[in-house]
Design a binder for this molecule. Structure first.
Ligand SMILES: [Zn+2]
Length: 69
């Protein structure tokens, strides 16, 4: 799930982030440019958790993401 550039960017190179994992307290993001991966808070993108955290969890529960092993 890609993060809109207006909501957040890679802390290293300012490029677009993709959400690759989530748990109860954090999101794991990966930069689409430099591949850096790190964890941020669930509301790190100032969306009240609703857009990215809930969106990612919903997507995963629906099986829309085939990346999981
Ligand atoms: Zn980067």
């Amino acid at each position: 799930m890609l993060v809109d550039l207006k909501d957040g960017r890679c802390r290293s190179c300012d490029s677009q982030l993709e959400i690759v994992d989530a748990d109860d307290i954090s999101l794991e993001v990966r930069c689409t440019e430099c591949d850096e991966t790190y964890r941020v808070e669930t509301d790190a993108f100032s969306d009240g958790c609703m857009t990215y955290y809930v969106g990612f969890m919903t997507e995963r529960m629906e099986g829309g993401d085939d990346n999981d092993a």
